[in-house]
Design a protein around this ligand. Structure first.
Ligand SMILES: [Fe+2]
Length: 146
């Protein structure tokens, strides 16, 4: 996904060099945007939330919120924490930075293209994505030696 975001940065640097885009923030934000998934996808957390969502919600914090917490805790710039917090629908409630828009759009594009290419597993994409297309069957690939 970061490479997809950087393709946009490179395109604009080439075709519209007057656009001021912070490539380093896109790289760091792209690599860190889902850092909060360690919390949201933790099996123990999921077990607790499933047992009684009335206590702290389900999940208590989605990965963008926890990701922003991690970014700020480890001293990453606010611009990167903003990308972690707002790359997802949570960002619809704020004005995203330019670099966050680039990561957000690359993330959405990555999921749509991957899903339409038949590269995602059932149940891993939201219903509103799944109804947009009929996934194409991917080509058979040789398996790596085990
Ligand atoms: Fe995400």
């Amino acid at each position: 996904m970061t490479r997809l975001a950087l393709a946009s940065v490179d395109y604009f640097a080439d075709v519209y060099p007057e656009a001021v885009i912070d490539r380093d923030v896109v790289i760091c934000g792209g690599l860190c945007h889902d850092v909060g998934k360690a919390w949201e996808c933790d099996p123990e957390n999921q077990k607790r939330w499933k047992a009684d969502a009335s206590l702290v919600g389900r999940p208590s914090l989605r990965h963008p919120v926890y990701g922003a917490y991690i970014c700020l805790t480890v001293g990453l710039p606010e611009s990167v924490a903003h990308i972690a917090a707002c790359h997802s629908p949570e960002g619809d409630n704020v004005k995203r930075s330019l670099e966050c828009i680039i990561v957000h759009e690359a993330d959405v594009a990555w999921w749509k293209i991957s899903a339409a290419s038949g590269l995602t597993r059932d149940g891993t994409i939201p219903d509103h994505f799944a109804k947009m297309f009929e996934p194409r069957k991917p080509r058979e690939m040789p398996r790596a030696a085990e």
